[in-house]
Design a protein around this ligand. Structure first.
Ligand SMILES: NC(=O)C1=CN([C@@H]2O[C@H](COP(=O)(O)OP(=O)(O)OC[C@H]3O[C@@H](n4cnc5c(N)ncnc54)[C@H](O)[C@@H]3O)[C@@H](O)[C@H]2O)[C@@H](O)CC1
Ligand SMILES: [K+]
Length: 551
């Protein structure tokens, strides 16, 4: 599990050490870790694996992130690397600058540099004497280097890259598109311009092969879109780790997911494992019912009860004879949890069942056709953490529109805004609806509602590494079936996931269950390597993921 923090939490952990005068030591520890990762990349760039003869450019901003870069440059110099720092702000970290120069590193200033918003800012006296390079010259330094260290902005950034350095990055990215064999890019702490707390990545950014961060992962490293530009993450301990409190986002990794996935014990029966009720599909869209029930069967549900019309029931049974099918109403059957909504559209009887599930006290995964009625139900009160909404960004836009219509919020973001800051909007949607929200995307974000009134903290989780081949019709129905299975189990065994952490009890257990479901879905997408995973294959892969992995 990766615990990811906001910049403010990391700063709070650092503060006592800074107050005690250990700032320089922290920075040098950070820079040493950064230089070690850079060395690994540089050795790969040299056929003989040597560092001498390799070249590194450090893009340096005016704050401590630039200081880390300068110190790392000095360590690389000591190891024989030819290092040039390009200063992009109107000042530079004095000790870092001194250290790099003392070891023979070159330093130049980017012409037209603009400190923050002032393009005419005069360079600080300490750097005014350095030779300047224009953007074209800087670009040719970057493109001919073996390695570029991005140390322009870190956790102290406000907004994205601006001015001349933004234009330089834009030019570099254009060059990369035509010549993909450019230098390795290593980001210092965070990719410059990416918001460490939300993962927002305003263009342009220098997409990194690797990011080296200090003390702890930041939220931007585990949520889209920041994660997608960060490359491989290394966390360097700098001595603040014991002081960190309250991670903002938990990233569950394969090991955590497989260890926590609930497994039956010898005394379990099909009922104690959790009975899942499914309201999905209609005569016009029967596929969703087939795929979601098939996924639940392959995820190991104790028992599945499917409610629907005769045609769809016949198809469900043909695919999965294990499923108990009827045309009952939700209030007539006893289940531990519901899955409602896949493939439900323009059908009165199935829509009525969906509505009954939303109004029932039982836990429920509310997907696709259940999302709009769920959003409408918020007008009558909060849904409850045991209701799990599973929108993608487009569906969440619709949910927000309903919430705005009911006066629950003034701000209804569109799809683009949601995709730019999914962790923010998933949290917001959970807070406003009172439900657990699983937002699908490049990384899947799961947020519990929390409650300021009752002093319940909001839990936020992230799941990554799903194959892009999952972007195919029916993959959401498969996810829904997996989610329903684990939610039914947790409904019967409230403490089943407690080993994940104290946060996985009470309301947080629904977020934990949803994260496990999304995690198994992601693992199933890659179990046989990278390639097409149609839903039937995906469902069968779930069984492989759960069966072949040792505890
Ligand atoms: N505080 C500490 O003890 C440690 C901090 N560390 C480093 O310090 C970094 C944070 O340093 P800072 O707080 O100095 O902040 P940054 O170095 O991230 O940036 C702050 C500077 O950039 C300017 N700036 C902000 N937004 C800008 C924008 N959009 N365009 C242009 N200029 C902009 C500000 O005016 C300020 O001069 C971390 O990311 C990490 O790399 C590490 O050395 C570890 C120890
Ligand atoms: K950076």
């Amino acid at each position: 599990m990766i615990d990811a923090y906001t910049g403010a939490s990391v700063r709070a952990a650092e503060q006592p050490l800074l107050d005690a005068g250990y700032g320089d030591i922290l920075m040098r520890r950070a820079a040493l870790g950064l230089s070690r990762v850079c060395e690994t990349h540089l050795r790969r760039a040299n056929r003989k694996g040597l560092l001498s003869g390799t070249t590194a450019i450090i893009l340096v901003g005016s704050g401590n992130n630039g200081g880390d870069g300068l110190w790392a440059g000095s360590f690389l110099r000591r190891a024989g690397v030819m290092v040039t720092a390009i200063l992009t702000g109107s000042k530079a970290h004095p000790q870092g600058l001194k250290a790099l120069r003392a070891l023979g590193g070159s330093v130049v200033r980017l012409e037209g540099q603009d400190e923050a918003s002032d393009p005419n800012a005069e360079p600080d006296a300490s750097i005014a004497g350095f030779h300047t390079v224009d953007r074209g010259q800087a670009l040719s330094k970057l493109t001919s280097a073996h390695l570029v260290v991005d140390a322009v902005l870190g956790t102290g950034a406000s907004g994205g890259l601006r001015g001349e350095v933004a234009a330089l990055v834009q030019d570099f990215n254009a060059f990369q598109r035509t010549s993909p064999t450019g230098p390795r890019i290593v980001a210092c702490d965070v990719v410059s311009g990416v918001d460490a707390d939300t993962g927002e990545a305003p263009e342009p950014v220098l997409k990194a092969h690797a990011t080296v961060t200090f003390g702890a992962a930041k939220v931007a490293h585990v949520v889209a879109p920041g994660e997608q530009v960060s490359g491989q993450l290394t966390v360097i301990p700098i001595g603040i780790e014991e002081r960190l409190e309250d991670p903002s986002v938990f990233r569950l990794e394969a090991r955590d997911i497989l260890k926590a996935w609930p497994r039956p014990t010898p005394t379990d029966t099909k009922y104690t494992r959790g009975v899942l009720g499914v309201v999905a599909g209609t005569p016009s869209y029967p596929g969703a019912a087939i795929m979601s029930t098939n996924a639940a069967v392959n995820s190991g549900a104790g028992m599945i009860r499917f409610l629907g019309d005769a045609t769809t029931r016949g198809m469900v049974l043909a695919q999965s004879p294990e499923v108990v099918c009827s045309d009952d109403q939700p209030w007539d059957v006893h289940v531990q949890a519901w899955l409602a909504g896949p493939g439900v559209a323009d059908d009165e009887s199935q829509s009525a069942r969906v509505q009954a599930v939303i109004e029932s006290p039982e836990p429920a995964v509310l997907d696709a056709g259940a999302l709009t009625p769920a959003a409408q139900a918020v007008a009558d009160g909060r849904l409850g953490a045991q209701k799990i909404l599973t929108p993608h960004a487009g569906e969440l836009e619709q949910v927000f529109e309903w919430l705005k219509g009911f006066g629950v919020t003034d701000d209804a973001p569109d799809r683009d805004r949601i995709e730019a800051a999914p962790v923010h909007w998933a949290r917001e949607a959970a807070r406003l609806t009172g439900a657990t929200v699983l937002l699908k995307g490049a990384t899947t974000i799961i947020a519990s509602p929390g409650s300021d009134e009752d002093g319940v903290e909001q839990v936020c989780l992230s799941i990554g590494q799903a194959s892009p081949w999952l972007a195919t019709a029916g993959s959401g129905d498969t996810l829904a079936g997996i989610l329903g299975t684990v939610v039914a189990h947790v409904a019967e065994h409230p403490d089943a996931l407690r080993n994940l952490g104290a946060w996985a009890r009470e309301d947080g257990r629904w977020a934990a269950a949803a994260a496990l479901g999304a995690g198994v879905h992601a693992l199933a997408s890659r179990v046989d390597g990278e390639g097409p995973v149609p839903p039937t294959v995906l469902a069968a892969n779930v069984r492989k993921v759960l069966r072949t992995t040792r505890q």
